[in-house]
Design a protein around this ligand. Structure first.
Ligand code: CP
Length: 309
């Protein structure tokens, strides 16, 4: 189907077509054309059961720039608070005839469930610790745009791997595209099975950073660490925090990335977050291009944007 549920099941040609389409979309953004009629008459619902700034806003702007109607449903302000189930919420949205549901939910597999029970196209905007495919795509787009390729890049992913859907989507996508993936983080935040998928796992962050082309720093997800943060925030910052001295172990032109939102001073120092090597703001901009591409492709099946814009 046309659903975008995760990068684990996406093929290399599918990833390539999304990245290429996003390139064209970035051209539209860069030319400051904020309205094309490509998706006129289409309707998109952002259905968010968890907080979001970047993903929700960029999907909304992406839909609007392409001429679609976009409506936001925030679960905390919806009838979910009255006990309405996920299934009934999906049926309700479906009954209004929407074409796409962009959904974020705290449960792993929620996007797959939605795709099984509801007829609109489902785009996963994050399901628990499972996947966040458009984030993985925008991260790969950013790396490829600056480095010219993904094949052979050494990418270090640092931090709370255990709770990170961003890490999982990065891992699946990057391995498919031929990058070498190195993970580093405390053992308490490293899933024991992860080595089996073909990544290199390091307990010492310095080993992962050595000669890296890209350093992708993850947010420490304190809200998901129900048993408390171990190591403590202070210990984490000291042992794993990405500061300039640690970043200097990577290649001199290594990119520093972070999906946001950041805990500045915890997983990343402020000078690194806003330093010369940081592409964090570019990631946000590229997120808009990737989401325009995703909406365009699921709704049109990939007609050339130039002919329809
Ligand atoms: N990176 C990301 O998904 O950010 P939001 O939670 O703000 O959408």
């Amino acid at each position: 189907g046309k659903d975008i549920l995760g990068l684990e099941m996406m093929t290399v040609p599918e990833i390539e077509v999304i990245l290429e389409t996003a390139c064209q979309m970035k051209g539209i953004i860069d030319r400051d054309i904020k309205k094309v009629p490509t998706l006129r008459g289409k309707s998109i619902v952002n259905l968010f059961f968890e907080a979001s700034t970047r993903t929700r806003t960029s999907f909304e702007l992406a839909g609007k720039y392409l001429g679609a109607d976009v409506v936001n449903i925030t679960a905390s302000a919806s009838s979910v608070t009255k006990g309405e189930s996920l299934r009934d919420t999906l049926y309700t949205v479906e009954a209004m005839g929407v074409d796409v549901i962009v959904m974020r939910h705290e449960a792993e597999g929620a996007a797959q469930y939605a795709a099984n029970v509801a007829s609109p196209v489902i785009i996963n905007a994050g399901d628990g610790a499972h996947e966040h495919p458009t984030q993985g795509l925008l991260d790969m787009f950013t790396m490829k745009e600056v480095k010219g390729k993904l094949d052979g890049l050494k990418v270090a992913i640092v931090g709370d791997i255990f709770h990170s859907r961003v890490a999982r989507s990065n891992i699946w996508g990057l391995l498919k595209m031929g990058a070498e993936v190195h993970l580093a983080g405390p053992k308490t935040l490293m899933p024991y099975y992860i080595q089996e998928v073909g990544v290199h796992v390091h307990n010492k962050v310095e080993e992962a950073l050595e000669g890296a082309d890209v350093v992708n720093v993850l947010r420490i997800q304190r809200e998901r660490q129900h048993k408390g943060l171990f190591p403590s925030a202070r210990e984490y910052a000291r042992i794993f925090g990405i500061n300039q001295a640690r970043l200097d172990l990577a290649k001199p032109d290594a990119l520093i990335m972070h999906p946001g939102p950041m805990n500045r001073g915890l997983e990343i120092s402020p000078d690194v977050a806003y330093g010369d090597q940081s592409v964090i703001q570019e990631q946000v901009k590229n997120g808009l291009a990737i989401r325009m591409a995703a909406l365009f492709l699921v709704l049109t099946g990939g007609k050339n944007i130039e002919t329809t814009a």
